[in-house]
Design a protein around this ligand. Structure first.
Ligand code: FES
Length: 105
C-alpha cells in the first residue's frame, strides 16, 4: 500500500538544490529540484552501489560520480553504461509549502 510522508519544505530549496532523505527507514533517496520540477530518486547507483548524492545533473539525468553511469530523473532508467538496471523513483507532490513523497511499502 502506498505511503506518503512530508519530506521537506519548499523554502529549503533554491534552484537545482538537493536533499538527502531516508524512505521507510532504510532506503537512501535524493529529493531534487531541477528546473521548476521536483524529483525523488533512489540514492544508490545500480552499477556498484555508489551514492548519487553529488552526481552532476544535465538533461534531466543524474550521473554517478564513480564510473559515469546516468539515470533519468523521471523514470530512473539507466541511460548510460556501465549501469544496465535502473534505479527506483518516487512520486513527489507539492501542496502548499510542503513537499510530499510517496513510496510503496
Ligand atoms: S558505481 Fe555508479 S557507475 Fe559504477
Amino acid at each position: 500500500m502506498p505511503q506518503t510522508f512530508a519530506a521537506a519544505q519548499l523554502s529549503e530549496f533554491a534552484d537545482n538544490d538537493r536533499k538527502s532523505i531516508v524512505i521507510d527507514d532504510d532506503i537512501p533517496a535524493l529529493l531534487l529540484k531541477f528546473g521548476n520540477d521536483f524529483y525523488c530518486i533512489e540514492d544508490t547507483c545500480s552499477h556498484d552501489g555508489q551514492p548519487l548524492t553529488d552526481g552532476p545533473i544535465a538533461d534531466c539525468q543524474i550521473a554517478c560520480p564513480r564510473h559515469g553511469a546516468r539515470f533519468d530523473l523521471k523514470t530512473g532508467a539507466a541511460t548510460c553504461m556501465p549501469a544496465t538496471d535502473g534505479i527506483r523513483t518516487f512520486a513527489v507532490e507539492v501542496r502548499d509549502d510542503t513537499i510530499y513523497v510517496t513510496h510503496d511499502e
